[in-house]
Design a protein around this ligand. Structure first.
Ligand SMILES: Cc1cc2nc3c(=O)[nH]c(=O)nc-3n(C[C@H](O)[C@H](O)[C@H](O)COP(=O)(O)O)c2cc1C
Length: 206
C-alpha cells in the first residue's frame, strides 16, 4: 500500500513537471530571424573600397525571386547597377538619393506592364521582393537603403533613361547595397514592435 502511494506521488509529480514544461513552451515567443532583427539602413557613406562578390549579388536576386506575386504573374525584372555614372543618372528627381553616391551596387526592381495579369498588384509584388532582398542582404552582413522611384514621374523618367528600359517597364523602387564606411551611421536596430498598431479581429484603439 505504501509502495503504491509512493508511485502515485511520483506519477503526479512527473505530470506536474510535464504540464509546466508544456505550458512554458506554449508561452515561449518564436524568435525573429536574426537577419531581420539585424537589418540596417544606410543613407550615405558606404565603403567604396569594399566590393560585393557575384555570389552575393546572385543570392540577393535569388531572394527577390522567392517572393509570391499577384496571380503568379512574375512580371518583375531586376536591374543590377554597379556603374557610378549610371547611379548618378538615376538620382534625377530624387533629392533623397545620397545612397547612390557611394553604394557598391544598386538593384532596381521594375515591373513589366506587358507581362502583367494584374497591373494594379505589381507595386505590391515589388515591395515583397524588396523585403526578401533586404533580409538576404542583412544575412550576408550587408547594409541597404530602399529608394522609391514610382509613382514620381521625374524619378521614373531618369531611371528608365539611365537603364534604357523599354517603354512597357515601370521602375518601382531600388535598393542601394554595400558595406558601411567605418565612420558611417546606419540604423542599429529595426525592432519597430508597437502593440498599439496591432488589432485582433477588430480595431482595438490605441
Ligand atoms: C518605400 C520606401 C521608400 C524609401 N525611399 C527612400 C528614399 O527615396 N531615399 C532614402 O534615403 N531613403 C528612403 N527610404 C528608406 C527609409 O528612409 C528608411 O527605411 C527609414 O529611415 C527607416 O529605416 P530603418 O527602419 O531601417 O532604420 C525608403 C524606404 C521605403 C520603405
Amino acid at each position: 500500500m505504501r509502495k503504491r502511494a509512493k508511485r502515485r506521488m511520483l506519477l503526479l509529480a512527473a505530470g506536474i513537471v510535464l504540464l509546466a514544461a508544456l505550458g512554458s513552451a506554449a508561452e515561449q515567443e518564436t524568435p525573429l530571424l536574426p537577419a531581420l532583427v539585424n537589418r540596417t539602413t544606410l543613407h550615405s557613406r558606404y565603403d567604396t573600397e569594399r566590393g560585393i562578390s557575384e555570389n552575393q549579388i546572385s543570392a540577393l536576386l535569388r531572394a527577390g525571386f522567392t517572393m509570391p506575386t499577384g496571380g503568379g504573374q512574375r512580371s518583375l525584372d531586376f536591374f543590377v547597377v554597379t556603374n557610378r555614372e549610371t547611379m548618378h543618372a538615376m538620382q534625377g528627381g530624387n533629392p533623397y538619393s545620397q545612397a547612390l553616391n557611394t553604394a557598391t551596387c544598386v538593384i532596381v526592381i521594375a515591373a513589366d506592364n506587358g507581362r502583367a495579369y494584374y497591373g494594379e498588384l505589381q507595386e505590391m509584388d515589388a515591395g515583397l521582393a524588396a523585403g526578401a532582398v533586404l533580409a538576404e542582404a542583412a544575412e550576408l552582413g550587408l547594409t541597404t537603403c530602399v529608394l522609391s522611384i514610382a509613382p514620381q514621374q521625374e524619378r521614373m523618367t531618369s531611371v528608365r533613361a539611365a537603364l534604357q528600359m523599354p517603354g512597357s517597364y515601370t521602375p518601382v523602387l531600388m535598393i542601394a547595397v554595400g558595406y558601411p564606411a567605418e565612420d558611417a551611421l546606419s540604423s542599429a536596430s529595426v525592432d519597430g514592435w508597437n502593440e498599439g498598431q496591432v488589432h485582433y479581429n477588430v480595431y482595438q484603439g490605441k
